[in-house]
Design a protein around this ligand. Sequence first.
Ligand code: AR6
Length: 171
Amino acid sequence: MSGKITLLQGDITELKVDAIVNAAKNSLLGGGGVDGAIHRAAGPKLLEYCRTLNGCETGQAKITPGFDLPAAYVIHTVGPIWHGGDQGEADLLASCYRESLKLAAEQGLKSVAFPAISCGVYGYPVQQACEIAINATSQFLSKDSSIRKVIFCAFDKPVHQALMQALDSQK
Ligand code: AR6
């Protein structure tokens, strides 16, 4: 199933896919990092819409329109904050990928792009996070045939390299 997975380095807000995933916070009311970039590019209607969603639990996901983004939808998921690894972080991070893909499949979406959830402000060790991202996604894709393409969009080189390594060790 890793044939459906593509890696690229760049700005996720520029991708014209069915949905981009946002590494959001529990309130869903915006923040820094990729969340800030997505809200800036989508325009103020995104925040207005997010206010009606009543937040999101860590490891869960919610979907909104993409408004001014090239992507049709934004799937907002909340990654775990890294506390050393013994507080269920790995399960919660895997759940972010699964729940986001589940939502995409339910909506009939074919292409989804992910940033490296929890790898910025939330402090997750990058290599471990990238292995979880690739493994959880491959597992999902092996059971779901509706999603045709998943892009992992790294903003910086270390994340891009960690993703390449994780994808190579899958094959
Ligand atoms: N495109 C792709 N990836 C990006 C972009 C972009 N435009 N901008 C940043 N990244 P972070 P988290 C990468 O901190 O760790 C927010 O304030 C970044 O280099 O955005 O899940 C939320 O509101 C890193 O590799 O998300 C939450 O409070 C990755 O995206 C909190 O941060 C994730 O970094 C969530 O923290």
